[in-house]
Design a protein around this ligand. Structure first.
Ligand code: DGY
Length: 336
């Protein structure tokens, strides 16, 4: 009998087609997150689950899915998954790193440019038929070339953003627990600094770190106050890294000049007042949303399920490498 895989939301057709020959599929084919009750009911007999970042994969989920041996999340972020709990229960968790790096970096730069150069405000003016004709003082933004970008979290996406910054003649400051190799620093015109220096000296502060207990509200009132009044905050990582209430205050009271956000603290809700502000560009969590990348993410997630449940091998993108799979007595030798 084919193993049962639950797919918790609409995914690209091409990725679903990878699963079809191998699995019995219970497909929640909607463009909305699956209600928690339905999720818990559907996973009762599942051998594997392909989920999204909108599903909480926690102890309650694992209790409801006693046969589940692998959860493949269609995301690089893992903050919705209780990884230690999965490991404790012998459930493999895979994610989709790499495939979305350049797409997310492109989008970060799109956010940066559209806030600095006021593209969204200009678009609104045109659509409202309010363009009075060329005006030397109209919608003046700030230059991007030659400025300093501060990258919080210098992993794959942070470095891809810095590569783009090189093309704009920018200097990069980065904050990360680990320094990168000196030759990478040189090629990216990047220097590792303490977090406080990054906030103080950057013209654009870009958030690219993971969300965990140590990064929640890393961008808080004190740090926003320490930024240049001419600076911008860009967040395409995870909403709760920024204290959104403090950000609304900062934008209203002019502590910083602007912001551009792709993610929100209580997604899909936004902090009251945020959508009324002219000096913020708001996107609905689109950083990885290109057709090619979303298909790539879906295919990686599907491949993980096949690699493990059908071929019996270690999936390439295993997040909990120390897991001892249910029913086995040793870890899979994954990249080790
Ligand atoms: C992720 O993959 O974690 C992004 O937030 C969505 O692409």
């Amino acid at each position: 009998m084919k193993p049962l895989v639950v797919v918790t939301r609409n995914i690209p057709r091409i990725s679903l087609d990878l699963l079809k020959p191998h699995f019995k599929i219970d497909y929640y084919e909607r463009d909305r997150a699956i209600p928690r009750k339905d999720l818990l009911k559907r996973v009762k007999n599942a051998d594997g689950v392909l989920c999204l970042l909108t599903e909480k994969i926690d102890a309650e989920f694992f209790d409801a899915a006693p046969k589940c041996r692998i959860v493949a999340t269609f995301s690089v972020g893992l903050d919705h998954v209780d990884l230690p709990e999965a490991t404790r229960r012998g459930v493999l968790v895979t994610h989709t790193p790499g495939v979305l790096t350049e797409t997310c970096a492109d989008f970060t730069f799109a956010l940066l440019l559209s806030s600095a150069r006021r593209i969204v405000e200009g678009d609104r003016m045109m659509r409202a038929d309010k363009y009075p004709g060329w005006d030397p003082l109209m919608l003046l933004g700030t230059d991007v070339f030659g400025k300093t970008i501060g990258v919080i979290g210098f992993g794959r996406i942070g470095q891809a953003v810095a590569r783009r910054a090189v093309g704009f003649g920018m200097k990069t400051l980065y904050a990360d627990v680990q320094p990168v190799f000196p030759e990478i620093e040189r090629s990216l015109n990047a220097r590792r600094v303490e977090m406080d220096e990054l906030f103080r000296d950057s013209d654009f502060v870009c958030v690219h770190t993971v969300l965990d207990a140590s990064t929640k509200h890393l961008v808080n009132e004190a740090r926003l106050k320490s930024m240049k009044r001419s600076a911008y905050l860009i967040n395409a990582a995870r909403g709760p890294i920024v204290d959104e209430k403090a950000l609304v205050k900062a934008l209203k009271q002019g502590w910083i000049r602007g912001a551009a956000l792709d993610v929100y603290e209580r997604e899909p809700k936004t902090e009251p007042g945020l959508t009324k502000l002219p000096n913020v560009v708001l996107a609905p969590h689109l950083a990885s949303a290109s057709l090619e990348t979303r298909e790539g993410m879906g295919n990686l997630a599907a491949a993980s399920l096949v690699e493990f449940l059908i071929l019996g091998g270690p999936p390439k993108n295993l997040a909990n490498k120390d897991v001892i799979p249910k029913g086995r007595s040793a870890t899979l030798s994954v990249g080790a």
